[in-house]
Structures are given as structure tokens and as C-alpha cells.
Ligand binder design. Structure first.
Ligand code: GRF
Length: 189
């Protein structure tokens, strides 16, 4: 299965997926391209170091639809079948979602449906939650609202900061994303 990964920043989930494909943990697949909407995304260098083709598709004051159309074209050109959002910080247009029906997935650092959107860990801590975690889900036209594939929980400690909690969740994200993509690629989903 040809995989395309969209990033906007650090790219640690992207690295987890690329490494799992390269090591054979995710079988019968290839990361065909890593696309970023930000030219300065730190993840780009990490993808390049791993021999994965990188493409920057900047927004350049275009509408969401125009921007997405260029990304769709880059993905289709490489016959990408599965799109993995990995810290991609833009909401997809309906046209993008429809271009890859049930074949776009995302990782989110909360136990959805709780805490969709941004500043997740801040809100989890402010609410006094004792458990948090991450969710891999299919992408639909809403915000972090598509069908859930899998979740992993972590404890929230009384002395947690945004940094300590996000690090604990991120550790689970990498394994969760690899597991979810494995299930999709192997046809178990
Ligand atoms: C992760 O916490 C992910 O859940 C969220 O954005 C962050 C991206 O981190 N969607 P990275 O770029 O994969 O390191």
C-alpha cells in the first residue's frame, strides 16, 4: 500500500511510521511521499534523511480548496492509497476527504471524543482528568470527529505539566499509529 504522510512540524509520528515501514513492521507498504504545508517543518529533514521524497505545498494565500487540490494532485500522482495526517495543522476541505474515502487517518493527543481541537493537554490538566491518551481515527469532514480506530491511555499525574503529559502521550502515539496503519494495510480494518 502506498502511503502519503502530511506534516506541519516536528514529524515524530511520521518518523515512527516511516521507520516501521522500513523495518518491515508494517508489511507490504511504502511511504511514497511526505508533504508539508510549512517549508520550515523540522520533520522534512527527518524524512529526507530516511530517503523519503519530500514536497512542500505552501498555502500561498490560496483558498483551502485550491491548496488541498494541489496536495491531492501530488498524492494521486504517486498513486497514494492511504493518507496519514501526522501533526498536520490544517483542517481538510470536504473535497480532500471525498478524494480518499475512508483512506485518511489522523492521530490526536486525547481520548476522543473528549478534547478535539488544539491545546489538548492544557485543557486535560485544567479539567483535573486522571487519565488521558491518544486516538487514531479516520478523518471525516468534521474536527477530530471520524470513526475511532484505536486508543491508548496514559495516567495523568498530579504534578504533571503540559510538557510531561504531552511527552507521556506522545510515546503512546507512535506505537498506536503504527498499530493502526498495520491493521489497515493488512486489511483487518
Ligand atoms: C501530536 O501530538 C499529534 O497527536 C498531533 O500533533 C502532534 C504532532 O507531533 N496531531 P509530531 O509532529 O508527530 O511530532
Amino acid at each position: 500500500m502506498k502511503i502519503g504522510i502530511l506534516i506541519s512540524g516536528r514529524g515524530s509520528n511520521m518518523v515512527a511510521l516511516v521507520d516501521a515501514v522500513k523495518s518491515g513492521e508494517i508489511l507490504d507498504s511504502e511511504v511514497a511521499v511526505v508533504i508539508s504545508d510549512k517549508a520550515n517543518a523540522a520533520g522534512l529533514e527527518k524524512a529526507k534523511d530516511r530517503g523519503v521524497e519530500i514536497v512542500v505545498v505552501g498555502r500561498n494565500r490560496r483558498s483551502r480548496e485550491e491548496h488541498d487540490a494541489e496536495i491531492i494532485a501530488e498524492l494521486k500522482k504517486r498513486e497514494v492509497e492511504l493518507v496519514c495526517l501526522a501533526g498536520y495543522m490544517r483542517l481538510l476541505s470536504p473535497g480532500f476527504v471525498q478524494a480518499f474515502p475512508n483512506r485518511i487517518v489522523n492521530i490526536h493527543p486525547s481520548l476522543l471524543p473528549k478534547y478535539p481541537g488544539l491545546e489538548v493537554h492544557e485543557r486535560v490538566l485544567a479539567a483535573g482528568e486522571t487519565v488521558s491518551g491518544c486516538t487514531v481515527h479516520f478523518v471525516d469532514e468534521g474536527l477530530d470527529s471520524g470513526a475511532i480506530i484505536l486508543q491508548r491511555e496514559v495516567p495523568v499525574n498530579v504534578d504533571d505539566t503540559v510538557e510531561s503529559l504531552s511527552a507521556r502521550v506522545l510515546e503512546q502515539e507512535h506505537g498506536a499509529y503504527v498499530e493502526a496503519v498495520k491493521r489497515i494495510v493488512s486489511g483487518r480494518l
